[in-house]
Design a protein around this ligand. Structure first.
Ligand code: HSE
Length: 307
C-alpha cells in the first residue's frame, strides 16, 4: 500500500473555436503538480499559491471530498498543490489541479477507475472555480491529446493529435475578473441563428476529421467560431488585432483559449512560429497590453511523477 503520490497534469485549451464545452486539447505549456499523502483524518491543503485553502472552496479539495465520500474512504488526506498553470487565463488552471487530484487519489487507493469516471470526479472539482461543471478542460488534462466530450451520459472520446500541430499562445497581462469563467459564460447568447449553428457545426466536424486524419492544416483552417467568440471578444482588448496579425504572420486559425483572455493560434511545425508570436504581441501592444507568448505542442495526460 502506498501512502504518498505525486501527479503532474498539463494545461489545456478548451473549445478550439466551434467546439464550445465539447472540445479540449492538452498542451505542454504549463503543468500543475499535486502530492497526496494519507494522514489520520480530515483534509488539509498546503500551498504557496494564492488559492482558497478551505477544501470545499478549493478545486483539489472538492475532488478529494467527493471521492472520499463515494468510495467511503476514512483516511485523512494532505493535499500539496504546486501550481504551474496561471489561474484565470483560459489555460485550464483549475482543471489541471482537479485532474491531477483525481488521478492521484485513484492511484493512492488503487481504485482502477476508467477514464470517464476520472473525468467525472475531476469535473466535480471544477465547480469550485467555474460555478458550473464543464468537462472539456478536465477531460484533456486527465486523458491528454484531443478530446470530444459527450454528455448525458458522460463519454469522452480521445484522439491523438498530429505530431506537426503546434500552437502559439499569447497570455495577456490583464486583471481578470474574480469569477472570470462565470462572467464570460454569462455573455454567451441563449438563442442562436440556425445559419450560425450550421457554420459552427461544419467547422467542428472538420476539426474532428482533421484530428482523425492527422491533418494539422484541416484543423487550423476550421478553427472558426461565429457564436461564442464574437460574444466574448469585447472582454479581450486588442483581440481583433491579435487575431488579424497572427493570421497575416501565417497562423492557420486563431481563437480565444477557453474562456480567455489568452489567445491561441494553431499552426504547423513548418510555420514561422516566432513570427506568429511577435505578431500576436504587437497586436496586444497596440492597445497598450503586454503579453507572454509561448510556443507549445499537444501534451499527454496526467501522469505519476517518479522521483
Ligand atoms: N468551455 C468553457 C468555456 C471552458 O468556454 O466557458 C472554460 O475554461
Amino acid at each position: 500500500m502506498i501512502s504518498k503520490i505525486t501527479v503532474r497534469a498539463p494545461s489545456s485549451t478548451a473549445n478550439l473555436g466551434p467546439g464550445f464545452d465539447v472540445f479540449g486539447l492538452a498542451i505542454d505549456a504549463f503543468y500543475d503538480e499535486i502530492t497526496l499523502t494519507k494522514i489520520k483524518n480530515g483534509i488539509t491543503i498546503i500551498t504557496d499559491d494564492k488559492i482558497p485553502k478551505k477544501p470545499e472552496n478549493n478545486t483539489a479539495g472538492l475532488v478529494i471530498k467527493n471521492m472520499k465520500k463515494k468510495f467511503k474512504i476514512k483516511d485523512g488526506i494532505e493535499i500539496k498543490i504546486r501550481k504551474g498553470v496561471p489561474a484565470g487565463f483560459g489555460m485550464g488552471s483549475s482543471a489541471a489541479s482537479a485532474a491531477a487530484t483525481a488521478v492521484a487519489f485513484d492511484k493512492l487507493f488503487q481504485l482502477n477507475l476508467d477514464g470517464n469516471s476520472l473525468v467525472e470526479f475531476a469535473g466535480s472539482g471544477e465547480k469550485a472555480s467555474a460555478g458550473s461543471v464543464h468537462y472539456d478542460n478536465v477531460a484533456a488534462s486527465v486523458l491528454g491529446g484531443f478530446v470530444i466530450v459527450k454528455t448525458n451520459p458522460l463519454d469522452v472520446i480521445r484522439i491523438d493529435p498530429p505530431t506537426n500541430l503546434i500552437m502559439c499562445i499569447a497570455v495577456p497581462k490583464l486583471e481578470v475578473p474574480k469569477k472570470k469563467t462565470k462572467v464570460s459564460r454569462g455573455v454567451i447568447p441563449k438563442k442562436i441563428k440556425l445559419t450560425d449553428s450550421i457554420l459552427n457545426l461544419s467547422n467542428a466536424a472538420a476539426i474532428v476529421a482533421g484530428f482523425m486524419n492527422k491533418d494539422a492544416e484541416m484543423i487550423g483552417n476550421s478553427i472558426k467560431d461565429v457564436i461564442v467568440e464574437p460574444a466574448r471578444q469585447h472582454m479581450i482588448p486588442g483581440f481583433s488585432k491579435v487575431k488579424q496579425n497572427a493570421i497575416k504572420a501565417g497562423a492557420l486559425g486563431v481563437t480565444i483559449s477557453g474562456a480567455g483572455p489568452s489567445v491561441i493560434a494553431f499552426s504547423k511545425s513548418t510555420s514561422d512560429l516566432k513570427k506568429i508570436c511577435t505578431a500576436m504581441s504587437k497586436g496586444f501592444a497596440s492597445t497598450g497590453i503586454k503579453c507572454q507568448t509561448i510556443i507549445c505542442k499537444p501534451s499527454k495526460g496526467s501522469s505519476v511523477k517518479r522521483k
